[in-house]
Design a protein around this ligand. Structure first.
Ligand code: SAM
Length: 282
């Protein structure tokens, strides 16, 4: 996309302006999300018209004007061109998701990771997704495995509403159970010792919920899919740093079954995913 955009704008933008386009854009459903460098502000309508002209499937162009922030992990946008809306329908991994990009968290960049985790789930498992958003991990898992149950928690009422809708759209009712509330409270009240697998897609703060994730697992133990943001200086290894960061929060015996960088999230910062085996002789 970034290359296509640069090609299309060559001769229209100045050479230095082209270099500010480097990060490209994300597409959620039929909405393109730009993160335009401030220096391209006067050119945003021109850039938007090129994207709309080249991609018939894109109907709306938004520009992200704040970082992802707050408990609900949402961001602010300015409308740039096309249909003025923030609600769309996104398709990935054979599933369909209603998403209001202005009111809930959603990143299309994690679709490969979601499929990887869904492929690891085994027949008959009970899964707790602590930070479910619009239900994207949970629905992907339930769609692949008919005999799996996912308790799918989020604290954002709008994300919860959309998750309810997405469960219906993907016909996984009864297999994904949407729960509105703080994951710690929900687990402590009703879901201690039930899970074979816990998913923790809240990279900014998952570490502080590790004891709750462990308490959701069955007595025999299970798997935790843990996400964290890591700043990596020169010569440092992001996966090692992520594992070192675990030790002050995770008191249960564990082993790291696999680990990877899933994406860049800022200059020097990456998101790391760790698959942690807890208990059961580790
Ligand atoms: C980074 S988003 C991930 C959403 C989704 N899993 C995905 O991949 O698109 C984190 C989500 O956790 C939710 N959240 C934050 N704190 C929470 C808490 N204490 N309990 C439950 N959900 C929480 C936010 O509302 C947000 O939807």
């Amino acid at each position: 996309m970034a290359r296509m955009l640069k090609e299309a704008l060559r001769g229209v933008l100045e050479r230095d302006e082209l270099s500010f386009l480097a990060s490209g854009f994300d597409t959620i459903g039929d909405i393109a999300i730009l993160r335009l460098d401030k220096r391209l502000e006067p050119r945003k309508s021109l850039i938007a018209s090129v994207i709309l002209g080249k991609n018939k499937a894109i109907k709306t162009i938004l520009n992200q004007v704040s970082p992802v922030s707050g408990e609900y992990r949402v961001r602010s946008f300015e409308y740039v061109a096309g249909e003025e809306k923030t609600l769309t329908t996104h398709r990935e991994n054979g599933c369909v998701f209603v998403v209001d990009v202005d009111k809930v968290y959603f990143s299309p960049r994690l679709s490969t990771e979601r499929l990887r985790v869904a492929n690891m789930v085994e027949s008959g498992e009970t899964v707790v997704n602590m930070f479910a958003g619009v239900g994207v991990f949970s629905v992907t898992i339930a769609k692949k495995h008919r005999d799996v149950k996912v308790f799918s928690i989020d604290v954002n009422p709008v994300a919860h509403e959309m998750q309810v809708k997405n469960i219906q759209l993907n016909k996984v009712e009864g297999r994904v159970i949407p729960l509105l509330g703080d994951a710690r409270n929900v687990i402590n009240q009703s879901f201690r010792g039930v899970a074979d697998r816990v998913i923790m897609p809240l990279p900014e703060n998952a570490h502080s919920y590790l004891p709750d994730a462990v308490s959701a697992l069955k007595e025999a133990g299970g798997m935790i899919h843990y996400y964290t943001h890591v700043f990596t200086g020169r010569g440092e290894k992001p996966v090692l740093k992520a594992v070192e960061g675990l030790n002050s929060f995770l008191k249960a015996p564990y082993s790291v079954r696999s680990a990877r960088v899933v994406r860049e999230v800022g200059p020097g910062w990456v998101e790391v995913s760790l698959d942690l085996k807890i208990g059961g002789g580790v």
